[in-house]
Design a protein around this ligand. Structure first.
Ligand code: HEC
Length: 125
């Protein structure tokens, strides 16, 4: 039923880079980093050190895109982090890794900025 509906809606069609990254993430990363990037995947409690939460904006702010890219491509040890983070350079293309960097960043969604009329939104002096 569902498949028929999807085919009627124009599937299968080529996946966009974002969709492909999402499926790569669920396949290769979610076990440790968690389906929603909260560092709570089923394998995370078997690591000696759980992954950082990609949902933690204050942590992610400290990480450059280049660092995230290198972490995924070369593994944790390469960027001075724990070697529990595997290297994916042999399995994923640079384009796929770049799309994953974008995806990982999307887990940190900062709260909506306050509306200008909101008294809390005035800049503190
Ligand atoms: C076996 C568990 C495991 C898998 C699988 C895994 N990671 Fe990690 N990853 C880690 C751990 C642990 C760290 C933290 C290393 C540290 O902080 O020292 C890490 C760190 C990272 C970092 C560095 C930034 C940060 O906030 O810690 C990025 C980016 C990252 N992983 C992305 C990915 C992506 C994308 C995938 C899938 C392609 C993936 N990881 C798969 C365990 C894993």
């Amino acid at each position: 039923m569902l498949a028929a509906a999807l085919i009627a809606a124009g599937w299968p069609r080529p996946l966009s880079a974002a969709e492909r990254a999402a499926s790569l993430y669920q396949r290769h990363c979610a076990a440790c980093h968690g389906a929603g990037g909260a560092g709570d995947g089923p394998r995370s409690d078997r690591l000696d050190f759980p992954p950082h939460r990609f949902t933690d904006c204050s942590w992610m702010k400290l990480m450059s895109d280049a660092t995230l890219f290198l972490a995924i491509k070369e593994g944790g040890a390469e960027i001075g982090m724990r070697p529990a983070m595997p290297a994916f350079g042999a399995r994923l293309s640079d384009d796929e890794i770049a799309a994953l960097v974008h995806l990982v960043r999307s887990f940190c969604a900062p709260p909506e900025p306050l509306a200008p009329s909101d008294p809390g939104a005035t800049t503190p002096r």
